[in-house]
Design a protein around this ligand. Structure first.
Ligand code: HQG
Length: 181
């Protein structure tokens, strides 16, 4: 499979594993999992024929490791980014002292007023690196970087989870923990 095809399949997987499983007749299991065979059958019935080997290629070759198989390789899920109601059942973890979020100017006033909210997703997505956060912000325009005092949040009892692909997730970030570095 060439890179263009891998991206096409990855976008389709993101769509159904994060946002619209029902569109191809799927109901995600607890934790956001779906059987690999069930997924491949549903995709084939909706115009995307994919072998197990090709699916593996997309999963292992994915730039952001967006998808993961379970231990037995029987089920697959998106590691983060869902808008469907899902409990990934990730353990609470202690984040580094500072985390970063990339956004754009037009959201800044609202964010500084009400904090970071998950919007359509299940959690706010935070990065350990300035570079990643800047890239995330740049998806929408000229990126604006925010730093988050994750240590103070932890001390105040806010919980964080680390996704399988290294994204820090939290329910919300109140404005007092945000600053523009
Ligand atoms: C903004 C992609 C107004 C927030 C990326 C962001 C990431 C507010 C947008 C992952 C707000 C939500 C997640 C508030 C937050 N008022 N705007 N109170 N609070 N926002 O896409 O973090 O390629 O849901 O700044 O690379 O941009 O899909 O979140 O601009 O890892 O795997 O509302 O998605 O990864 O947008 O991106 P998103 P995000 P994938």
């Amino acid at each position: 499979m060439d890179a263009k095809n891998r991206t096409r399949v990855s976008k389709r997987l993101s769509l159904h594993l994060r946002h619209a499983p029902r569109e191809i007749g799927l109901t995600l299991e607890p934790g956001g999992w779906i059987g690999v065979d069930t997924l491949l059958t549903a995709l084939a019935a909706h115009g995307l024929r994919l072998t197990r080997a090709e699916l593996e290629e997309v999963v292992t070759g994915n730039d952001k490791r967006r998808f993961a198989f379970d231990e037995r390789g029987e089920r697959i899920r998106a590691s983060q980014g869902h808008s469907v109601d899902v409990d990934l059942a990730l353990p609470t973890a202690e984040p580094p002292a500072v985390l970063y979020h990339g956004t754009v100017d037009r959201f800044l006033a609202a964010i500084l007023r009400e904090g970071l909210r998950p919007m359509k997703r299940h959690a706010v997505h935070l990065s350990t690196s300035v570079e990643t956060a800047t890239t995330v912000g740049a998806r929408r325009g000229k990126p604006v970087l925010l730093s988050i005092d994750a240590r103070a949040m932890t001390e105040a009892g806010h919980e964080f989870q680390l996704s399988a692909n290294g994204v820090w997730l939290t329910a919300a970030v109140p404005p007092e923990y945000l600053s523009c570095p």
